[in-house]
Structures are given as structure tokens and as C-alpha cells.
Design a protein around this ligand. Structure first.
Ligand code: 8DG
Ligand code: MN
Ligand code: MN
Length: 388
């Protein structure tokens, strides 16, 4: 059936969780355009379109070299007509006219600015835009009632839209570690999210907290938060029982235990003092002595001696730790693809709490991420290769 002209140049498995995707991306021009269109679809609450663009971008991220012609794309999964049009446009003209016009559009720009406020999602932004609010100034003049999160988001807008560096994530790790061991000796804290995947910057810092003895983690979050608050580290915090509603697609999942994790969305006050206090890479000198390098003040914060940083804290019982770790390490698309694989290919339901085998009607236990991949019949993909 295959003619000699139809040479499959690249071979890529169709689920992102079957692939190794490092931070090295040979097709950033293509994936940036697709990511922008994905973001625009998500901000317009067209989730399906968003996922289609994300999946297409993820396939291109997994390629070992730059795509130079459309024929190289034959046989690749997840590339729909729309994504192929975008890619073709870029290969032929150097840019995607659709991505460019989206980027320039008043609606996209307004959605970006407004959802850049912590606590403002696509729905709220859309409502405000329909009321003629396109920017921060207009929002402030409009007299709209803002909730506590949005007020904090507006107050720390510039800081929160500045990427968090790995160095700052390390400083915050140390603070959270101090908090955790102070309130419950033996409790353990793990860096999750993008920084666990080896990213050098992120939009926030994410931590998972547990205790090796089941049950000891109960009530931990309020104590950690109180400690942080008493030390002046928190500009804002909201602790909730997990209310994460997984998207509607995919198979049924054990939603009854979806509300078990406590999580805290917070805004940290990271001071120069803390930055300096934390150990920095030691530099060897000629005489063999070592000096500790001092960090430069952040140029973005000007004279301010601190910056605001978004921090997410999650507490899990040790019995669910592996699932929580896997579920909170991301990327978001990798997580979505894992759940889709579990449901469609294995008749299992995966969440950040558990893995349920719908056929055998049993929960499959795991104490490590490796075991979960094994249950799912997938090759283990380490965090640094989940950057899909
Ligand atoms: P970034 O911050 O560097 O931009 O990227 P990230 O660290 O990958 O993204 P994130 O938005 O901080 O999310 C980290 C992971 O946590 C990601 O895989 C999605 C997942 N996640 C949430 N909220 C929830 C939730 O409520 N429940 C579960 N199970 N997972 C969640 O962001
Ligand atoms: Mn993160
Ligand atoms: Mn987060």
C-alpha cells in the first residue's frame, strides 16, 4: 500500500506519555506558534481545540531535529488539518499568519493581561472584556468587585508575571523545608511541577508534603501555613481541600476521593535577606579557599528588597504519595495523556490519588512512580523527559 514516495521519516508514538521529551526543542518556531493558538483557544474556552494544538506541538517537540518540509511529517500522529496548515505557513513563509494576527488581536491581548492577574480565569476575563475592560487601568477604574485573590494578584501583578528562577525556587525550598520540619519532625517535602522536570524558570514553585507514617500528615497544612505566616513569608494564602475537578473527557475516574488533598495557593514574600542567607554555589579561589557568591539584587524589583512569588503547597498521605508525585510533576499535557492512556488503552482510571483497574475492579497500589508506569504498561519516563 505504501508507495516509494511515502517514506516515514520520523517515527513517534501517539501518546505523549510513551515518548521522552526533554527541554531541548528543535522546532521551537513551530511549537511556539501552535502553543499560542492553543493558549488562545484555552482562553476562549475552546478546550478541545486547545488540546489538539497542544498535542500537535508535543509531537514536534519530540522530534530529534528541525522539520524542513511537509513530507517529513507524513505518518506522524496528532497533526490535524489546522495544525498542518499552521506548520505549512511557517515552513513556506517564515511565520504563521494566523498566530501573528491572533497575537496582535485586541481580544487576545486583553485576555493575556487580565488572566495575568492571579485569581482571574478565562471566564472572568471574558466577562470583563464584554463590559469593555481591556486592561489593568480600566479594571481599576471600573469599580469591579475583586475577590481577595484577585486583589493580591493585582497588587503583585508585575512580580507575579516575572518568571521565577531555579535559584529563587531553591531559596523558597529551604524556607518551606524549615517550616515543614519545624511543625512536624520527620515530615518530608518534595519539589514538584516544572522545577522537578528540570526547568530553569517557572510561573510558580510547587511542593508536595507528606510524612512516612500514614495519618501523621493530617492537619499539617494549617500548621505549615501558620509557621510561614508568623515568620512573615506570606503575602496571601488560601488553603482548600482539593477541589480540582478533572476535565470532563476521558473515562470515569474515582471522583469520590478527589477532594482528599489539602492544598494551599499562596504568594510568598521572598526577601533579599533570605536570598543571601541561603547557600549559594561556592566558588573556588586561587588559594584554595572558597568564597560564597552573593546574588545581585533582582533588576526587575528595582529598589524593592523583596519580590512576590506564587507558591503551591500540596499535602498527601504517604499511601498516595507516588500518585500525587506523578500527578503534580506535569507537564499538564503529559498528565492528560497518562490519564487518556490509562482509560483508553488499559481500562484503568488514574488520578493523583490512585489507579483503579475497571476490569478487575481493584485499586492498584504503588509506592513509586516506576510502579505506576509498570501498572500502566508504559516504559518509565523520568521527570526531565516529561517536558511535553
Ligand atoms: P510552571 O509553573 O513552570 O509554569 O509549570 P508547571 O509547574 O508544570 O505547571 P503548574 O501550573 O504549576 O502545575 C504543576 C502540575 O500540577 C501540573 O501537572 C498540573 C498539576 N495540577 C495543578 N492543579 C492541580 C490540581 O488541582 N490537582 C491535580 N491533581 N493536579 C494539579 O496545577
Ligand atoms: Mn509550577
Ligand atoms: Mn502550580
Amino acid at each position: 500500500q505504501t508507495s516509494e514516495a511515502e517514506v516515514v521519516v520520523f517515527s513517534v508514538p501517539s501518546y505523549a506519555c510513551q515518548r521522552r521529551t526533554t527541554l531541548e526543542n528543535h522546532n521551537a518556531v513551530l511549537t511556539d506558534a501552535l502553543a499560542l493558538l492553543a493558549e488562545n483557544a484555552e482562553l476562549s474556552e475552546e478546550e478541545g481545540r486547545g488540546v489538539a494544538f497542544r498535542r500537535a506541538a508535543a509531537v514536534l517537540k519530540a522530534l530529534p531535529r528541525p522539520v524542513t518540509s511537509m513530507t517529513e511529517l507524513r505518518g506522524l500522529p496528532c497533526l490535524g488539518d489546522h495544525s498542518l496548515r499552521v506548520i505549512k505557513d511557517i515552513l513556506e513563509n517564515g511565520a504563521s499568519s494566523e498566530a501573528e494576527s491572533t497575537k496582535q488581536s485586541e481580544r487576545y491581548k486583553a485576555l493575556k493581561v487580565l488572566t495575568g492577574i492571579f485569581g482571574v480565569g478565562a471566564k472572568t476575563a471574558d466577562r470583563w472584556i464584554r463590559e469593555g475592560i481591556l486592561g489593568l487601568q480600566q479594571l481599576q477604574e471600573s469599580g469591579q468587585t475583586l475577590n481577595r485573590a484577585q486583589q493580591a494578584g493585582l497588587e503583585h501583578y508585575d512580580d507575579l508575571n516575572q518568571p521565577v528562577t531555579k535559584a529563587d525556587a531553591d531559596v523558597i525550598s529551604e524556607i518551606v523545608e524549615r517550616a515543614v520540619v519545624s511543625v512536624l519532625p520527620g515530615a518530608q517535602m518534595t519539589l514538584i511541577g516544572g522545577f522537578r522536570r528540570g526547568k530553569l524558570s517557572g510561573h510558580d514553585v510547587d511542593f508536595l508534603i507528606t510524612h512516612p507514617e500514614e495519618g501523621r500528615e493530617v492537619g499539617l497544612m494549617p500548621k505549615v501555613v501558620s509557621w510561614l505566616e508568623s515568620q512573615g513569608f506570606l503575602l496571601y494564602q488560601k488553603t482548600t481541600r482539593n477541589s480540582y475537578l478533572e476535565s470532563k473527557d476521558g473515562p470515569g475516574r474515582p471522583s469520590s476521593n478527589m477532594d482528599r488533598f489539602e492544598r494551599c495557593f499562596s504568594i510568598f514574600k521572598l526577601t533579599e535577606k533570605e536570598r543571601r542567607r541561603t547557600k549559594h554555589p561556592e566558588t573556588a579561589t586561587e588559594n584554595g579557599l572558597r568564597t560564597v557568591s552573593t546574588p545581585e539584587p533582582d533588576p526587575h524589583t528595582g529598589h524593592k528588597l523583596w519580590r512576590a512569588v506564587r507558591v503551591d503547597l500540596v499535602v498527601s498521605p504517604i499511601s498516595q504519595f507516588a500518585f500525587a508525585l506523578l500527578g503534580w510533576t506535569g507537564s499538564k499535557l503529559f498528565e492528560r495523556e497518562l490519564r487518556r492512556w490509562a482509560g483508553h488503552e488499559r481500562n484503568m482510571s488514574l488520578s493523583s490519588h490512585a489507579l483503579y483497574d475497571n476490569k478487575q475492579r481493584i485499586y492498584l497500589r504503588a509506592t513509586s512512580e516506576e510502579e505506576i508506569f509498570a501498572h500502566l504498561g508504559l516504559e518509565f519516563i523520568p521527570p526531565s523527559e516529561r517536558n511535553t
